[in-house]
Structures are given as C-alpha cells and as structure tokens.
Ligand binder design. Sequence first.
Ligand SMILES: NC(=O)C1=CN([C@@H]2O[C@H](COP(=O)(O)OP(=O)(O)OC[C@H]3O[C@@H](n4cnc5c(N)ncnc54)[C@H](OP(=O)(O)O)[C@@H]3O)[C@@H](O)[C@H]2O)C=CC1
Ligand SMILES: O=C(CO)COP(=O)(O)O
Length: 329
Amino acid sequence: MSDGHRIVVVGAGAFGTALAAVIALEGRSEVTLLGRDPSLMADLRADGMHNAALPGIHLPDALQYSAEPEILAGAETVLFAMPSQAQADAAAQFGPYLAPGSTVVTCAKGIDRGTSRLLTEVLEAVLPHHPVAVLSGPGFAADIARGLPTAMAIAAADIAEAERLAYAISGRTFRLYASSDRTGVQLGGALKNVLAIACGIVEGMGLGDSARAALIARGLAEMSRLVEALGGRGSTVQGLSGLGDLVLTATSHQSRNLRFGISLGKGEPPDFARGDLVEGAFAAAVAARLAEGHGISMPITRAVAEIIEGRLDIPSAIEQLMTRPITTE
Ligand SMILES: NC(=O)C1=CN([C@@H]2O[C@H](COP(=O)(O)OP(=O)(O)OC[C@H]3O[C@@H](n4cnc5c(N)ncnc54)[C@H](OP(=O)(O)O)[C@@H]3O)[C@@H](O)[C@H]2O)C=CC1
Ligand SMILES: O=C(CO)COP(=O)(O)O
C-alpha cells in the first residue's frame, strides 16, 4: 500500500525508468515517469517495457507514465534522471511546474561543464526555493529494474530530509543509505566515471589487474582530496558513492565509461552503437580544472582529461604516472 508520498521521475532513459520501476515495485510511494516524448510514453504504457533503454525488462503495472509537466504539481519529491549536462536546462524547463517546497533530487553523475559547478549548485541557482538532494552509488539501471539487490546513497543538507527520502524511495530490492554530505556523494559519482575510463585504458592495453587495483586505490585518494577541497568529507567516498561505485564500474563491462576506456586503450574508435552516454568524458576536464584551481594533486584524472583532449598519448601518460616522485600513501 502506498504511504501517499508522490514521486515524479523526470527523464525516461535507462536510469530514470529503472528508478521509477523499482519505486513502483515496492508500492510505498506513488510514482510517475515523466518523459519528453509523448509517443514514447504512450508506448511504455501500452507495452510495459522500454525496449530502447531496458530491453526485455517488464515494468511494474503500478508505474504511471506522463509527458505532461503539469503532473509535477502533485509531487513532493522529483528525481532528475537526465544526464549531467542537461540538468540546468531541465531545471529551467520543469521548475515552473514544481509544487512549492518540493524536493528535487539530482540522480546524474557529473559536474556542470559550462560553469565547473556541482550539480546541486546548478540546481539551487535555478530553483532557489527547493531543497536539492543527491542520489548516487553503485547500480546499473538494468540490475535495478530487474529487482536485483542494489544499495545507493542519498544525501541532503538536512540529514532528516535524507532519511525521509531514503524511506520513500527504498524497497526490498533497492536500499538507500542517508547522508548529509552532498558534495562527497555527488563527487563520488562524478569522479568514479573518470577513473573507470582510466581502468578501461589499462584493460584495453592489457596492463594487468594489478595496475587496475592501483588505479582504484590511488583514484580513491584523488577523489577524497577534491571532496575535501570543495567542503565535503573525504571519508564519504569510502562508501557506496565513491569506492562502491568505482569497484562496480572499474570492473564490469556493463559500464559505458569502462567500455569507452577500453576502446581508447586498444586505439579503436569507441563503439557507441546506441549513442551511449559517457559522463566521465565530460567530467575529466572539469575535475582536472577544479583540482588545479584548488592546488591539489589529481594526476590520474588529469591524465585521463589530457588523453581525451588528445594532448597526451597513453604510453606517455603511463610513464608520467609511474615516474612521479616517490611519496607516502
Ligand atoms: N544507466 C545507468 O546504469 C545509470 C545511470 N546513472 C546516471 O544517470 C544519468 C542518466 O543516464 P542514463 O539514464 O543512463 O542515460 P540515457 O541516455 O539512457 O537517458 C537520458 C535521458 O535523459 C533525457 N533527457 C535529456 N535531456 C533532458 C532534459 N533537458 N529534460 C528531460 N529529460 C532529458 C533523455 O530524454 P529524451 O529521450 O527525451 O532525449 C533520456 O531519456 C547519467 O548521469 C548517468 O551517469 C546513474 C546510475 C546508473
Ligand atoms: O554509474 C553507473 C553504475 O553505478 C553506470 O555506469 P556507466 O555510466 O559507466 O555505464
């Protein structure tokens, strides 16, 4: 039975559809998936399946679909599940329809490229009268939508708000842990994508699993330095968003960021058969710029950014990383 909490998930891609499906499966909150394409939403309603984003996965009967932004007026909580670089536009587009005081949760894993700002800052600038929370952590959309056990983090400035959201969104297969560190939780998601690309390069070049483990551990140190520099808690990235998500995406071929890195490592053009979104390819340069601006060392992130921009070849990047001055851990 629903507790009467109403949630709208905006963005009918893989993650938005999976989140809406898993919330509907539990039935604790009423949930509507809001997409921009009316014909897609009509097809989802008719077929109970999103063949483009989540092929072969049945969506729960309780899930409702809409292409009408007016539906937002009835929601206490709104999840923004579009890509990072679309979050500012989405806030401008959907903001006027939001119910007063409703909470907006960014579910994207990235940093705004145009402004180098965190997504919470981007959303707060456009939606100053709405609390802004962050959902991030390890979980592939297909696993979540299939009802496989998954755990993620949800962060709000007010921990009581994070706990309220965790309860409203969690279910038997999808478990959210509450946090008050929005900076740590969102940077954990954004930066792990950059490190997954690095691990893909290592895999594509056949450099071995030991190199991958070193990247994961040293990458985690980079993450926590940037989190602290931007006012978060370094220890946050030792949790689900950060280490948890890095282990997942640095090792699973389901990850688009890992697959992109593998292509780079093999010297092949990336295979974007379905126009795959590779968030780390946007985040690398922004994170490297932020690190430089704050005077902190993020050599792996910087190398990934320079490789993607074509300013550094992979053998030189490896040489640079391996010949840095010997230091303490
Ligand atoms: N896929 C996954 O396993 C996971 C993804 N994420 C994160 O979720 C985010 C989205 O990824 P994912 O769902 O995979 O991406 P997809 O490419 O599958 O879907 C993105 C969706 O965003 C919609 N969209 C784009 N711009 C806007 C806009 N301005 N307003 C409303 N909707 C918009 C698109 O709608 P349209 O079709 O109308 O253009 C599309 O449906 C990323 O940041 C990703 O890192 C997080 C965890 C897991
Ligand atoms: O963030 C994800 C799982 O937690 C999805 O990773 P990719 O975007 O690399 O596919």
